[in-house]
Design a protein around this ligand. Structure first.
Ligand code: HEM
Ligand SMILES: *[C@@H]1O[C@H](CO)[C@@H](O)[C@H](O)[C@H]1NC(C)=O
Ligand SMILES: *[C@@H]1O[C@H](CO)[C@@H](O)[C@H](O)[C@H]1NC(C)=O
Ligand SMILES: *[C@@H]1O[C@H](CO)[C@@H](O)[C@H](O)[C@H]1NC(C)=O
Ligand SMILES: *[C@@H]1O[C@H](CO)[C@@H](O)[C@H](O)[C@H]1NC(C)=O
Ligand SMILES: *[C@@H]1O[C@H](CO)[C@@H](O)[C@H](O)[C@H]1NC(C)=O
Ligand SMILES: *[C@@H]1O[C@H](CO)[C@@H](O)[C@H](O)[C@H]1NC(C)=O
Ligand SMILES: *[C@@H]1O[C@H](CO)[C@@H](O)[C@H](O)[C@H]1NC(C)=O
Ligand SMILES: *[C@@H]1O[C@H](CO)[C@@H](O)[C@H](O)[C@H]1NC(C)=O
Length: 316
């Protein structure tokens, strides 16, 4: 073999192994369930029309799924007498929502294409359609994930960063999922929609220095030093139901709701990215879409690993 041919062979082998690593495909169901994405889209939009917050809740479910054992629908498993899952882990208990909506969508998928579309892919598609419907960017949703046979409450406790995190803890938590600092700043832009409980931002509004004073005072009236733990506030005070880049503008004005939000603009290395996304929606949308694709690829179960659950709440 001459040098030119061996170079070609190396290139072909390298391309084939890249393909094998890339596992997920946006066309995965094109012959087995071509209507999968549109069924999820319809169910997602109906749920958001019924309750605007549901778009945010579905986006967050995909995040909390992917950060614990990978994007495998482990978060959807219910606790029972012999099984403790992720739903009651600290970051999820009384906080993550949307399970009934996922059940309704999955029932429609099972009716159209029994045993074909995984719960993990349902979450990825619902997150995408939520963001698009609320005005955010679109991306090609990689598909072909299968569903876990288990869940980990311990990993849910430790792998999902708490809102009290400082910047270095956030960076470490995302790096553990092979996500970059840029991914961290872009994905945090999810907090342009949705709500948080008083218990999640109490420390911020009473103890932080880098907070706009009248913003803090107005939040304190519904979120006292003790009590009212579950009273809600908008993560984005400007346009809480629209997926835009005003989250970053809030940070420039010291009006991030969570301590972890404001950590991204607090005199450190991520300040420049925050400024960039505040000034340039297209740059934010582009980085967000890329980061969602990356997050969606965290440790998927593929091939014959795991299963396609019929009911997302339990292992078949
Ligand atoms: C960077 C680290 C992050 C931290 C510390 C964090 C923390 C939180 C907290 C504490 C809440 C409020 C929960 C409650 O009070 O019940 C929340 C809500 C939310 N988070 Fe995050 N989050 C982070 C990253 C992300 C990412 C990567 C996404 C999506 C890709 C996301 C999407 C959301 C959404 C959409 C909501 C609102 C949910 C709703 O209204 O139901 N977050 N987050
Ligand atoms: C509509 O939203 C309300 C909460 O605002 C919820 O209680 C109800 O179950 C939802 N209905 C459907 C059909 O999803
Ligand atoms: C989850 O929340 C419920 C209701 O507030 C509470 O009774 C339960 O103890 C919590 N579970 C855990 C594991 O913290
Ligand atoms: C998760 O955290 C809660 C609250 O700290 C604790 O009660 C529970 O034992 C932890 N679970 C695991 C499996 O680590
Ligand atoms: C950030 O938080 C981590 C974990 O809580 C802590 O170990 C570390 O000392 C903190 N770093 C700074 C710079 O405050
Ligand atoms: C991150 O990348 C390393 C090296 O490629 C790999 O071993 C690890 O499984 C990846 N972790 C995740 C969560 O994808
Ligand atoms: C604020 O900081 C003080 C002193 O560190 C602490 O005792 C208190 O629990 C903190 N308050 C909140 C709401 O986090
Ligand atoms: C910002 O930096 C200051 C000074 O280092 C620190 O006290 C504070 O915890 C940081 N974060 C926020 C959100 O204020
Ligand atoms: C409890 O949940 C596990 C995990 O989904 C499942 O395998 C098991 O069948 C469930 N047990 C009962 C009694 O439903």
């Amino acid at each position: 073999m001459n040098r030119c041919n061996s170079l070609l062979l190396i290139l072909v082998v390298a391309a084939a192994s890249l393909e094998a690593n890339a596992k997920l495909s946006s066309k995965y169901y094109s012959s087995t369930c071509p209507q999968a994405s549109s069924i999820v889209k319809e169910g997602t939009i109906a749920a958001i029309k019924n309750e605007t917050r549901m778009g945010a809740s579905l986006l967050r479910l995909h995040f909390h799924d992917c950060f614990v054992l990978g994007c495998d629908a482990s978060i959807l498993l219910d606790d029972n007498a012999t099984f403790i899952g992720e739903k009651t882990a600290v970051p999820n208990n009384n906080s993550v929502r949307g399970f009934n909506v996922v059940d309704d969508i999955k029932a429609k998928l099972e009716k159209a294409c029994p045993g074909v579309v995984s719960c993990a892919d349902t979450l990825a598609l619902a997150a995408h359609h939520s963001v698009v419907y609320l005005g955010g960017p679109s991306w090609k949703v990689g598909l072909g994930r299968r569903d876990s046979l288990t869940a980990s409450r311990a990993l849910a406790n430790t792998s999902i960063p708490p809102p009290t995190s400082n910047l270095s803890a956030l960076i470490t938590s995302f790096a553990a999922q092979n996500l970059s600092v840029k991914d961290l700043v872009a994905l945090s832009g999810s907090h342009t929609i949705g709500l948080a409980r008083c218990t999640s931002f109490r420390g911020r509004i009473y103890n932080d220095s880098n907070i706009h004073s009248s913003f803090a005072t107005s939040l304190q009236s519904n979120c006292p030093r003790s009590g009212n733990d579950n009273v809600l506030a908008n993560l984005d005070l400007q346009t809480p139901t629209h997926f835009d880049d005003l989250y970053y503008n809030n940070l420039l004005n010291k009006k991030g709701l969570l301590h972890s939000d404001q950590e991204l603009f607090n005199g450190s290395s991520t300040d420049n990215l925050v400024k960039k996304y505040a000034a340039n929606t297209a740059a934010f949308f582009n980085a967000f879409a890329k980061a969602m694709v990356k997050m969606g690829k965290i440790n998927p179960l593929t091939g014959s690993a795991g299963q396609i659950r019929k009911n997302c709440r339990k292992v078949d």
